[in-house]
Design a protein around this ligand. Structure first.
Ligand SMILES: [Zn+2]
Length: 191
């Protein structure tokens, strides 16, 4: 293992330089909190931020999830950096979105900002080339246990759509390739 101090200093300097942009990103996410499985705007903001780093995020996973992969310079383990996308319905909160009453009362805005900051630090320094393995950035939909009636309706509608499929269609859906195994290292505030 070489001396990691120069790399740490480069990362600190990239993050210091990006501080106001990262803060603005988090504030924008905060000001537009969305309820679980309907975080389209939030997901697009995260995907745009990853795309600006020349990553290739996939969107629409489990409805609104986002995932992007960054390969380091040498083979090794894969870890994920995770942030949750959804807000909570707290209409009385002073920063709740007026139309929906949803707010980031759980800090998911901070998680997503950290996710983007880690991506910037790895991409905008030589870190990605010097380290080993892979980092998978995952923005996860609907962590909060709310809005259950709407979700049940969606699940029922999905079940009806599936039962209308032919047997070969159902088998093809079940047998589609599973994602590669990854070592998860969740980055959460309340987990
Ligand atoms: Zn939460």
């Amino acid at each position: 293992m070489g001396d990691s101090e120069p790399l740490k200093a480069a990362i600190a300097s990239v993050l210091d330089a990006a501080a106001s942009e990262l803060t603005a990103f988090g504030e924008d996410i905060f000001d537009h909190a969305e309820i679980g499985f309907r975080e389209e705007r939030t997901a697009t903001r995260v995907a745009d931020a990853l795309r600006a780093l020349e990553l290739a995020p996939r969107q629409g996973l489990a409805l609104t999830g986002v995932k992007a992969h960054l390969a380091m310079g040498r083979p090794g383990p894969t870890i994920s950096v995770m942030g949750e996308l959804d807000g909570l319905p707290v209409p009385d909160h002073y920063r709740a979105v007026r139309e929906t009453g949803v707010v980031h009362a759980c800090g998911h805005n901070a998680q997503l900002t950290h996710l983007v900051a880690v991506a910037r630090a790895l991409v905008e320094t030589e870190a990605a080339k010097q380290l080993t393995g892979n980092v998978v950035f995952v923005a996860v939909p609907a962590e909060e246990y709310v809005d259950l009636e709407w979700r049940s309706e969606q699940a029922r509608a999905g079940a009806e759509r599936r039962s209308a499929q032919s047997k070969p269609q159902q088998l093809a859906a079940i047998q589609r390739p599973l994602p590669e195994p990854i070592h998860l290292r969740c980055y959460g505030i309340h987990k």
